[in-house]
Every structure is written in C-alpha cells, then in structure tokens.
Design a binder for this molecule. Structure first.
Ligand code: GDP
Ligand code: MN
Length: 390
C-alpha cells in the first residue's frame, strides 16, 4: 500500500510535537524555555546568591516578579533594605533626558540596591516611556497619574491677578515667570506628591530629575542612613533663591509660626534660614531637584498644615513659590537640625551647579567629577551656613 508523501510529513510533525510535549515536562527543559530560564533547574539554593546577570528584569510584562522568583527558590536579596522608592515626576517628553539620569542611578547605586521607582505625571505615560524605563532596572517601575485637583491651578485662584503677576515676571525676566505648568509642578512637589496612592506604603523617597549626573559609586544605602539615624531630609547642594519668585513667602511663614509655635522643635535649623532669629529670610534653601526624604515627615501635621496655609495664600500662582524654598523652610523649622543630612559623598550635578566630593570620598566613590569644579563653598552656596550650625 502506498502512503502519500504529505502523510509522512504529518506523522513526522506529530512525532516532533510529542517529543516537545514530553521534554517540556522535564525540569531541565523547563529551566531553559520558561520565563525563569535564567535560573538553574530547581532554583537557587539557600545561601547561594545568583550573579547579577542571572536575575532577569522582573515586573515587566510577562516577566516573573520578585515574589515569583522567590517561590522558585531564588535567593534574590537578603540584605537589609529600607521601605523606600525613587520618585520621578516627568512628562513623556522627558523620557530620553530621564533615561540619562536613570542609567547613572542604576550604575552608581541601584544595580545592587534594587529599589523600585514611582513615576508620576498629570497625563498618561506612553507605552514607550514605560518600556524604556522598566527595561533599565531590576526594580519594579510603577506609573501613576496625578489627580487633577493636585495639579491644575485651583478655581479659587484669581486668574486676572495671576496673569498680571506672570506678565510682570516676564518683564523682569524671571526664569519660568511666564509658565503656569511650572507653577503647577512647584505646587505639586511642595504639597501633593507624598499623598499619591502609589507612595502610600513607602516611608522614604529619593527624587530624581531628568538630565542630572551622579558621579560616584555608592557603596552604602543612603535610605538606611535616613532610617537608622532618624533623618528626615537629605540634600547635596544649597543656594539662595531669586527673591522675585517669593516676595511674600517669608511673611506667610512668620504668620504661620506665630499661630503654631508648638510645631517648631527645640534645636531646629532656623539658623540656616535666617540671620536675625527669624525676622527676615536669607533666601537659603536646599536644592530640591535632589532630595532624599522621609515621606512621613511631610505627611505629619506640622508640614501638611504649613503647606495648606501657604497654598491658601495663593503664592504658588500670584508669585512663583518654588518647592525648594517651601520644602527647605518646612524641614528647617519642623525638624531638629541633626535630622537634616548633607550627603557629602554623593557627587551630583543639575545644571548649572555641581557637588563634587573631595579627597578621600572622591577616591572611595571612584568619582569622575573634577574636584576643582565644586559649588559648596562658592559665594552663592548656602552649604557653609549649614555646616556652621553644628
Ligand atoms: P528646573 O529643574 O527647575 O529647571 O525644572 P524642570 O524642568 O527640571 O522640572 C522639574 C521636574 O518636574 C522634572 O522632573 C520635570 O520632569 C518635571 N516637570 C516639569 N514640568 C512638568 C509638567 O508640566 N508635567 C510633568 N509631568 N512633569 C513636569
Ligand atoms: Mn530640573
């Protein structure tokens, strides 16, 4: 009997299919084709730490989560960690400049620390934004939308008054003086980001901006420094604020302090802000494009009351109050000065200023910044005032 040729092909195909089915049940086969394909069959044994290259990126679409990996026997990370996260406010158009910052954060610190990221935006993040950011880290990336109430200029702001103020600032050539979105951003960073649901379960955050530089390897975990030493605010650079952006801010601060003297602990950092015991503001602030902070400090009564008080004054729109002076004043007044930490060994640049660690710290961190290019002791820096408080 003749069997037609196409039937041979069918029989052979069926046989190959059966072989695959059988093989796929076998553990070694599974180890090389499943999403866990970088793990040895049976997973990693206790006490055996997989090399970095063996831990796949997790959390992305179709990839195993850290918990999945643990269930499969992987010892992914036994070191002590803080309950902390990176926070990034960004537009979709910030993708490439942000990846520049993120790549450096990963290379200097997070490739071993493996903290997660929270991205916030008043619009939806694009698939492209999500894909490129998630693929850069082994941490999980979360993407959140900002509630309109937390972002846009409130109804009760007198738009006539606000637009006149903006025109005046354009005339005076105040940086971002024309911009409403910039004001939304400053107000959001001042008083709303720490209320975002994606941050609800975290205690500490590290803010990262697009196009910044991290110059040095971090061989310790700054979040644990915050936690173990009960710090509430960490900075690298400080400077003077443009007075045109905050002409009445200090008046509002003084009114608030008069109403709530009990919010100011003994030994706070008023000296950093004022040279005359609080009468006038010397305009010093921590540069908030870098900050490592305690979310619960912002969420606690003194600062939330403080922000509400300032917000009602309308100065975020009638002037151009920045989140840097608002955070700095809040931290300096409502915390003890020892709770504010200068991260002297974190080399950092946000145009046009940089902090470059000096001497031994430069060597320890394999820093690549020029030690001669360091803003700390320049006349426009406030860091000497900070150091002189101790
Ligand atoms: P600068 O550092 O004061 O010059 O201000 P940036 O332009 O760097 O903005 C500060 C941060 O807010 C950065 O992380 C920006 O990505 C983010 N940002 C600024 N404006 C907007 C905006 O309109 N929407 C969103 N989602 N993010 C913004
Ligand atoms: Mn910036």
């Amino acid at each position: 009997m003749m069997i037609p040729r196409w039937k041979y092909i069918g029989i052979a195909g069926g046989f190959i299919f059966l072989l695959h089915l059988l093989a796929s049940i076998h553990p070694t086969y599974r180890a090389s084709t499943s999403p866990f394909n970088l793990l040895p069959a049976g997973g990693w044994k206790a006490g055996q730490t997989p090399p970095d290259s063996a831990v796949p990126v997790w959390g992305g679409d179709g990839l195993p989560s850290a918990d999945d990996l643990r269930e499969n026997g992987a010892v992914i990370d036994e070191r002590r960690r803080a309950n902390a996260v990176f926070v990034v406010l960004a537009r979709n158009s910030d993708l490439w400049p942000f990846l520049d910052s993120m790549r450096q954060m990963e290379d200097r610190f997070n490739h071993w620390a493996k903290y997660d990221y929270v991205f916030l935006n008043e619009e939806d993040f694009s698939d492209e934004f999500k894909r490129y950011t998630q693929s850069m880290t082994k941490g999980k990336c979360h993407y959140g939308k900002i509630a309109p109430d937390h972002w846009y200029q409130p109804e009760w702001i007198d738009e006539d008054k606000a637009s006149k103020a903006r025109e005046e600032m354009i005339r005076k050539k105040v940086i971002y003086g024309h911009s409403v979105p910039y004001r939304n951003m400053c107000r959001f960073n001042s008083g709303f980001f720490y209320h975002h649901p994606l941050l609800a379960d975290y205690d500490y955050y590290w803010r990262i901006e697009p196009s910044v530089k991290f110059f040095c390897d971090l061989n310790y975990d700054p979040f644990l420094v915050m936690q173990d030493e009960k710090k509430v605010y960490g900075f690298t650079l400080s400077l003077y604020e443009y007075i045109e952006t905050i002409p009445t801010l200090w008046d509002a601060v003084k009114e608030f302090v008069q109403e709530h003297p009990d919010y100011l602990p003994e030994g706070n950092a008023m000296q950093f802000l004022s040279d005359d015991g609080g009468e006038t503001y010397n305009k010093c602030h921590f540069w908030s494009n870098f900050e490592i902070g305690d979310l619960n400090f912002w969420r606690a009564e003194p600062y939330t009351e403080f922000f509400d008080y300032l917000d009602k004054k309308g100065g975020f729109y009638y002037e151009r109050w920045g989140d840097a002076p608002v955070h700095s004043i809040g931290a300096a007044l409502f915390a003890k000065k020892e709770q504010i930490h200068w991260f002297e060994d974190i080399g950092y640049r946000h145009e046009p200023f940089q902090h470059c660690p000096q001497g031994e710290a430069h060597t320890r961190g394999n820093c690549w910044c020029d030690q001669g290019n360091n803003f700390d002791w320049e006349w426009y820096s406030c860091t000497k005032r900070f150091v002189d408080m101790f």
